[in-house]
Every structure is written in structure tokens, then in C-alpha cells.
Design a protein around this ligand. Structure first.
Ligand code: PLP
Length: 227
């Protein structure tokens, strides 16, 4: 059976993005496979995720626990290698569901949440990897730690709470050039001995890869505009 238009375009979009990622990595003298593509499927139906899975994509990002709970348990059962990342804010009353469902949580941004995660991960004996979200632009309404609080918070999470912190994540201000934010995040990760750098979205992932991103989070360029 010939692939439908939408099926074809998700697969085609993925191959275009993967090629652009490899090109950016090569230009930055990094290995072409040094960067993980997190396909952000928020607001798109499970069927769109299935099309991406059929095209070989295994890593997905969602920004709401409830929406991910409705879509992903069945997909994960059918595809055990699927890796699901939480990229949106996490309320402490959703920590139980989040720890059970997600393989990586990228939005750790405060002490209360760190404590709730430590307790719940021990209770479930399930240890999703964690990225600490940094508000590099120090924007009023944006989630994330202020840059000057990062070093102490990383040390506290790792040393006191024994949390599996693997990296830092940021969402630069929409009205600024993202590269200085990516460079700042990379510098903070380096001085804290963290290998993971989640930065770069549909519009700026090439810049992010040049600044050292290990994970780019791309939605629109794969699945199309959100409704
Ligand atoms: C939605 C979202 C993305 C993907 O953005 P696109 O511009 O659609 O690629 C990346 N990161 C976070 C945190 C998001 O909420």
C-alpha cells in the first residue's frame, strides 16, 4: 500500500531534520550521531507518533503529563525501545505519574520538586534521568533556575538527594538570538561536569548543535503546526 500524504511527510520531515542535524554536527567537528533528536509530539495524536516510529524515530517529548498518559502507555507497550522525555513543567502532584511513565525528565527546576522526585523514585525504584532547566534569559514568567543558582542546585541534587542529574536544559527568550543562551548553558554544564545539553528547537537547532547540544527538541518541523 502506498503511504498516505501525512505518513510520507512525517517520514520525510524526519529525514530532512536528521540530515540537517548531521550537517550541523559535522560543521562543528562533532560526530554526526552525537546529538539525539527528541521528536516533540505534544498536541499531535498517537497516530502521528506511530508514523514517526515507523520511520525509525524512538525518542519523543511531551510537555504535559496528562496528555502523555493518554497517548504513550500503549505505544510504549508496542515499542519497548521507545524513550519518552518530559519537557514541560512538572507539578509535584503529578510526580508519581511522571516517574512511572517518563524515561527522562528535563524540567527539574526547584527544590520542592527535587525532593518529591527523590522520594518517588526511591518508592518506585525507577530512576528516570534528569535535566535541570535553566532560565538563561531570567524571564519573569518562564520556568527554570536562575543562572546564579545552578551550581549549588546541581551539587545539592547530586550529592544530597542522589538524583541522576545528567544535564541542563534551556528555552531561550523568543525575542533574542539564541546562541549566547546556548553558550551560557554549555559553560554551566561544563563547569558542573554534566555531559547532557538539551537545547535547540525547530527554528534554532543548528545553532544549538554548534554550541554543543546533545539533545534537540523538535516538534513543528516534524509534525507540522500545532492546532
Ligand atoms: C513545544 C516545545 C518544543 C518544540 O518546539 P518546536 O518549535 O515546535 O520545535 C521544544 N521544547 C519545549 C520545551 C517545548 O515545549
Amino acid at each position: 500500500m502506498a503511504p498516505s500524504i501525512a505518513e510520507k511527510s512525517i517520514a520525510e520531515n524526519l529525514s530532512v531534520i536528521r540530515a540537517a542535524m548531521a550537517k550541523a554536527a559535522t560543521e562543528a567537528a562533532r560526530a554526526a550521531d552525537a546529538v539525539t533528536l527528541v521528536a516533540v509530539s505534544k498536541t499531535h495524536p498517537a497516530d502521528a507518533v506511530r508514523k514517526a516510529l515507523d520511520a525509525g524515530q524512538l525518542v519523543f517529548g511531551e510537555n504535559r503529563v496528562q496528555e502523555a498518559l493518554a497517548k504513550f502507555p500503549a505505544l510504549k507497550a508496542a515499542h519497548p525501545a521507545l524513550e519518552l522525555h518530559l519537557i514541560g513543567p512538572l507539578q509535584t502532584n503529578k510526580v508519581r505519574d511522571a516517574v512511572a511513565l517518563f524515561d527522562v525528565i528535563q524540567s527539574l527546576d526547584r527544590e520542592k520538586l527535587a525532593q518529591a522526585l527523590a522520594a518517588e523514585m526511591a518508592r518506585q525504584n525507577r530512576w528516570p534521568k534528569l535535566f535541570i532547566q535553566v532560565n538563561t534569559g531570567e524571564e519573569e514568567q518562564k520556568a527554570g533556575l536562575r543562572p546564579e543558582a545552578v551550581d549549588a542546585f546541581v551539587a545539592h541534587c547530586r550529592d544530597q538527594l542522589k538524583l541522576p542529574v545528567v544535564g541542563l536544559m534551556c528555552i531561550p527568550p523568543v525575542d533574542q538570538h539564541p546562541a549566547p543562551h546556548f553558550a551560557l548553558l554549555a559553560k554551566m554544564a561544563r563547569r558542573n561536569g554534566l555531559a547532557g545539553l538539551s537545547m535547540g528547537m525547530s527554528g534554532d537547532f543548528e545553532d544549538a548543535i554548534k554550541c554543543g547540544a546533545t539533545h534537540v527538541r523538535i516538534g513543528t518541523a516534524i509534525f507540522g503546526a500545532r492546532g
